[in-house]
Design a protein around this ligand. Structure first.
Ligand code: FMN
Length: 193
C-alpha cells in the first residue's frame, strides 16, 4: 500500500567501487516513512561492481519494500520524463564516466537521462563520485554539474563518530545523502546528537 502524498526518489548505482554505500542509501530510503517509492537502476558495470563487492544482485535489492527496478536501456521509463512526479535522484557510487556523461548532457542511457531530467526540472541530483586521484577532466566536470545545479558529494565517509564497523561508515554517509535529498532522518551519530 503506497502513500499518495509520499516522496519518490531515484537511486542509480554505476560502475565504481563502493556499491555498498549505494545499498546503504537504498535501505535507508526504503525504511523512511516519508518515502513512497524508489526507482532503482544500474549501469552494466554497476551491476558487476555490486556483485563483486557485496555478493548482491539487482533482484535482491528490488525485494526491499517500495523499490522498483528500472531497465537502464529503457529510455521510455517513467523517470525519463520531466512530467513524471518525482523528488530527486542520487547516484551512489557515481563513476567518473557517469559524471562525464551528465556534465556533457549525453543522455544515451536511463542513468544519464534521469539525471539530465533532474537538472532541467531543478530537482535534487546528488552525485557521489568515487574516483581517485582526480584528473583535470574530472575536476572540470564536477564544476560543470555543480553549476548546473547538482550536488557533488564524493564518497568520503566521516570518522568522527568512531565507526566500529563498515556498516557504520556506510550508514552515516547514507544519512548525509538523505539530507541532501531533503529528508531529515534521525541518526544518533550526527555530530552532538
Ligand atoms: C571492477 C571495476 C571497478 C571500477 N571502479 C571505478 C571507480 O571506482 N571509479 C570510476 O570512476 N570508474 C571505475 N571503473 C570504471 C567504470 O566502470 C567505467 O569507466 C564505466 O564505463 C563507467 O560507466 P558507468 O557509469 O555506466 O558504469 C571500474 C570498473 C570496474 C570493472
Amino acid at each position: 500500500m503506497t502513500n499518495p502524498g509520499g516522496l519518490r526518489f531515484t537511486l542509480a548505482i554505476t560502475g565504481a567501487s563502493g556499491s555498498a554505500f549505494g545499498v546503504a542509501v537504498l535501505r535507508r530510503l526504503s525504511a523512511s516513512l516519508a518515502v513512497e517509492e524508489i526507482a532503482l537502476l544500474f549501469s552494466p558495470t554497476g551491476k558487476r561492481c555490486l556483485l563483486d563487492e557485496t555478493g548482491l544482485m539487482p533482484k535482491d535489492l528490488a525485494a526491499l519494500p517500495k523499490v522498483g527496478l528500472r531497465d537502464e536501456r529503457d529510455l521510455g521509463a517513467d523517470i525519463s520524463s520531466g512530467s513524471h512526479r518525482h523528488d530527486g535522484m542520487a547516484i551512489v557510487p557515481c563513476s567518473a564516466g557517469a559524471l562525464g556523461r551528465i556534465a556533457s548532457g549525453v543522455s544515451e542511457s536511463l542513468v544519464s537521462r534521469a539525471a539530465d531530467v533532474c537538472l532541467k526540472e531543478r530537482r535534487p541530483l546528488v552525485l557521489c563520485l568515487r574516483e581517485t586521484p582526480l584528473n583535470r577532466i574530472h575536476l572540470e566536470n564536477m564544476l560543470r554539474v555543480h553549476d548546473a545545479g547538482a550536488i557533488v558529494m564524493p564518497l568520503m565517509p566521516s570518522f568522527y563518530t568512531a565507526p566500529q564497523a563498515l556498516d557504520d561508515l556506510y550508514d552515516t554517509f547514507a544519512t548525509r545523502v538523505l539530507d541532501q535529498l531533503g529528508l531529515r532522518e534521525r541518526d544518533s551519530r550526527r555530530w552532538k546528537e
